[in-house]
Write a protein that binds this ligand. Structure first.
Ligand code: ATP
Length: 426
């Protein structure tokens, strides 16, 4: 027998979706046909037959999931909407039955799933605390010992004797979290619900989850907030259309997930310009390629990494020399994109770096990338004298992950952030 507190083998969950076709409508075409037929036979039919066909579609929300979780692990579960994360937690908390496979759980499970589960709406906050405790197998005196801590954590003293159906969703989550985290369970399942609370309470909860992990309890944490997953979980799984796509160190798994998202959003580390876009000019930027210092194509970088950008040009300028210019724009936190320019400091004033007109490929080494986590986009131009011969806006993007040092700066403008760079000719 393994030392896993949760052991999941070939787990699958199938849903059957029914689609109704036709519904209750009667097509005009059919009414007319029926009437004509009726007239021809001397019979007037009462009505055309109503169309109602039903088709059923089978759909696997989880397929062949196998996973062992050790006691004391804080496991992150990430994935796109509909990937099966909540389904997995619902099966583990026995809200839903699996269709295939089996699970083995050694211990008591407390879960914090969708708002609305776990509490009895007609009962007061106080009564629900006792109800939850007894469901977990705790005696009244044991629950009493934890009661004050729960109430204090949830900050709902005034509403203790109000039925929870009158609570706001924020109050509900506060109490639900406090109950799940403080009562004696061996395993704590947390789904995205924390997003409902305000930011201060979310922080408090994340701190508590960390403590729960340190106490040797096991936590399964589903979230779209990748920063919190990175901070809390040593191991994570990435669910993709119901299957485990990656399972391992959180930093690696989150990077894979972010990479998939970037690629799916059309953000690529090699961009080649469409011919239609460059018809207007005889000298233009044709291709941009982003790499790390090892020469691997990537657009995922960590704080302090060096980025290599190869630029391929097409055509020739009328002048004997040209210069190349680029700008980096960043997003700030999760807020909408802010066009903040990062100043790039060259070894000399960078508009003074001229290339001979025959030079068709240049390499820029940029960094250390002392940038906060997030997406950045690059725009490029080529100049002859003061004239912009060609500009390619948002020609490529990159993403900074694992920025520990600059976390605080996420809220400040990126303007004025100075990066070093150097040019070479290929
Ligand atoms: N009761 C149900 N009947 C039919 N389909 C369902 C049911 N519950 C979930 N699904 C489907 O199963 C898939 C997985 O859903 P699930 O809620 O587990 O995804 P998720 O990864 O938690 O997504 P999100 O990040 O949006 O919460 C989805 O396509 C969802 O529509």
């Amino acid at each position: 027998m393994s030392d896993a507190i949760i052991s999941i083998k070939n787990l699958g969950k199938k849903y059957t979706l029914s689609h109704k076709h036709g519904g209750n409508y009667v097509a005009l075409r059919d009414v007319i046909t029926e009437k004509i037929k009726g007239i021809g036979q001397g019979i007037l039919r009462p009505s055309a037959k109503r169309h109602q066909s039903k088709s059923e579609e089978e759909f696997w929300a989880l397929k062949d999931v196998s996973l062992d979780i050790k006691k004391g692990e804080v496991l992150g579960i990430i994935g796109r909407n509909g990937a099966g994360k909540s389904t997995l937690l619902k099966i583990l908390s026995r809200i839903t039955e699996p269709t295939t496979g089996r699970i083995h759980i050694k211990g008591r499970v407390a879960s914090l799933l969708e708002v609305g589960t776990g509490f009895h709406p007609e009962l007061t906050g106080r009564e629900n605390i006792f109800l939850n405790g007894s469901i977990l197998g705790m005696g009244r005196s044991e629950i009493k010992k934890k009661f004050d801590e729960i109430v204090e954590f949830a900050e709902i003293e005034k509403f203790l004797d109000t039925p929870v159906k009158r609570y706001s969703s924020g109050m509900y989550v506060r109490l639900a979290f406090a109950v799940a985290a403080h009562l004696d369970s061996d395993i704590l399942l947390i789904d995205e619900v924390l997003a409902v609370g305000d930011v201060a309470f979310q922080k408090k909860c994340l701190g508590k989850v960390r403590d729960v992990g340190k106490d040797g309890r096991t936590v399964l944490y589903v979230s779209h907030n990748l920063r919190s997953v990175r901070n809390l979980c040593s191991r994570s799984i990435y669910l993709k259309i119901g299957k485990i796509s990656h399972n391992g160190l959180t930093s690696t798994v989150v990077n894979e997930y972010e990479r998939d998202n970037l690629l799916d959003n059309g953000i690529s580390n090699i961009t080649i310009r469409e011919n239609e876009e460059i018809k207007h000019t005889s000298f233009c930027i044709k291709k941009i390629e982003i790499m790390n210092v090892e020469g691997d194509n990537t657009n995922l970088f960590k704080y302090n990494d060096i980025m290599v950008m190869d630029v391929t040009l097409m055509g020739e300028p009328d002048t004997s020399h040209y210069s190349f210019e680029y700008r980096i724009y960043g997003t700030v936190g999760t807020a909408e994109r802010i066009k903040s320019l990062i100043t790039v400091a060259a070894s000399g004033p960078f508009h003074n770096i001229y290339f001979h007109k025959k030079v068709k490929k240049i390499r820029i080494k940029l960094g250390p990338l002392t940038l906060s986590s997030g997406d950045y986009s690059i725009s490029t131009s080529i100049m002859t004298g003061n004239v912009r011969q060609d500009t390619w806006e948002d020609c490529c993007s990159f993403n900074i992950t694992d920025c520990q040092a600059y976390v605080k700066n996420n809220e400040v403008s990126l303007a004025g952030c100075i990066l070093q760079h150097s040019f070479s000719i290929l």
